[in-house]
Design a protein around this ligand. Structure first.
Ligand code: RRO
Length: 304
């Protein structure tokens, strides 16, 4: 039986439901010798703001049980640098490019979105309101419902591109944020960003990250993410992208059954760049063996 893995994620046509999570796959070329980029559902690039930025002091990562902490602090080339240095490469590939964007103010979010609207080859924007590691504000937008709505309204007014707000995990009611995204005209939501966390070296009594706190990602956060995806997917009718510790087809299938229409592989890219490929193949096998022809057949198929 033929299995059709293709999906339409809020207006973004994808060959399959597996993308790479922002911040774990560079801007694409970094992985091109290791992964056939054209086989991916989509590439989500590292967060871009208006101007070039250097990021935090090292150490910026630390390994912890079943995961890692990071406080990278959003280094990046800015809008113009990204378009100049990376878009020519990305346009040569047959894979949707989703740009993760962020700003320090509402106006900056809107301007970044507006600037990308005219750039050829961009399939959509993921709106980062949930970075745990910059002091200037991004996290505040993701955890305060009124500010979250304001960012989305500003970005929605600035661009016709498909918009995917990336939700913060550390909120008391994720459904409120998913609903607010839908009401503001978002085309999908993605969740979760890394979970705010901290680790200490007891010999030196220093924090293991220069930033003191960071974001926890990897298998440690997967069950947290599956629950939040389940809650968000029940609250909205726009598609949900499930993210959090996916390193196998089985992990991805949990998210799809919980209600995600697509998934993103994140931290696992660092240890095995072939993970997304294995996840795609494993989803296809699962669908075939269960007698399904399309991914949608299992989305939200949780039995309670
Ligand atoms: O760059 C980072 O420190 C970072 C960001 Br923007 C984010 O959204 N999530 C994360 O874990 N790290």
């Amino acid at each position: 039986m033929h299995v059709d893995l293709s999906i339409n994620l809020g207006g973004i046509r994808m060959k399959n439901p597996v993308m790479t999570a922002s911040g774990t796959f560079g801007y694409g070329p970094e992985y091109a010798d290791l992964v056939n980029l054209d086989t991916l559902g989509a590439i989500v690039v590292k967060g871009i703001c208006l101007e070039p930025k250097t990021g935090n002091e090292p150490p910026r990562t630390a390994e912890v049980a079943s995961g890692m902490l990071n406080a990278i602090g959003l280094p990046g080339p800015g809008v113009d640098g990204f378009v100049r240095e990376y878009m020519p490469f990305l346009r040569r590939h047959d894979v949707p490019v989703i740009v993760n964007i962020w700003g320090r103010t509402l106006e900056e979010y809107a301007e970044v979105a507006a600037r990308f609207s005219d750039v050829e080859g961009i399939a959509g924007l993921e709106i980062n309101v949930s970075c745990p590691n910059i002091k200037e504000g991004s996290q505040v937008f993701g955890t305060h419902l009124d500010l979250f709505r304001k960012v989305l309204d500003a970005v929605r007014a600035a661009t016709p591109l498909p918009l995917i707000p990336k939700l913060a995990p550390d909120v008391s009611n994720i459904a409120d944020f998913a609903r607010a995204a839908e009401e503001s005209g978002a085309n999908a939501v993605s969740l979760i960003n890394s979970f705010p966390a901290m680790a200490i070296d007891i010999k030196t009594r220093k924090p293991r990250l220069a930033n003191i706190t960071g974001g926890l990602s990897g298998p440690a956060i997967r069950p947290i993410a599956v629950r939040l995806v389940w809650l968000a997917a029940r609250a909205v009718s726009i598609p949900v992208v499930g993210i959090g510790g996916i390193s196998s087809p089985e992990d991805a299938l949990e998210f799809l059954i919980a209600g995600a229409s697509a998934v993103a592989v994140g931290t696992a890219n660092f240890t095995d760049p072939g993970t997304a490929g294995r996840v795609i193949a494993g989803i296809e096998t699962y669908l075939r063996e269960a007698g399904h022809q399309r991914v949608d057949d299992i989305v939200g198929s949780l039995r309670i």
